[in-house]
Design a protein around this ligand. Structure first.
Ligand SMILES: [Zn+2]
Length: 112
């Protein structure tokens, strides 16, 4: 089992498309309190374009990331956040970009 597996267990994250890079945990001081920031990456191959509905093919390209900070349940009584880098894709059919979705964000509060 990888450290991503155990980190998802610890943070009760069910989305298996989220993985954690080697330097994934940061301890920061927010308003005088120690807080944890976990850095995660959301990446998978989409089935189709969200704009035009075309099925995934060679005209789809990875296109940077969109990062958002999500409040997740406290770890050891410290405020804990997930800084999630979501993979964006470019679709050559509709010449538009879209961001991959995770089930995690709907359930948790999002700080933009
Ligand atoms: Zn498209």
């Amino acid at each position: 089992m990888s450290h991503s597996y155990f980190t998802r267990k610890l943070l009760t994250i069910k989305d298996k498309n989220i993985y954690f890079p080697p330097d994934y945990l940061k301890e920061v001081n927010l308003n005088g309190l120690t807080s944890f920031i976990f850095k995660g990456i959301l990446s998978y191959q989409p089935t189709h374009c969200e704009r035009c509905g075309t099925l995934f093919d060679s005209k789809f390209k990875k296109h940077r990331f969109k990062t958002s900070r999500i409040v997740i349940p406290k770890v050891s009584l410290h405020d804990t956040f997930l800084e999630l880098k979501k993979q964006r894709y470019y679709c050559g059919h509709s010449q538009s970009t879209f961001t991959l979705k995770t089930s995690l964000v709907e359930k948790n509060r999002l700080i933009s």
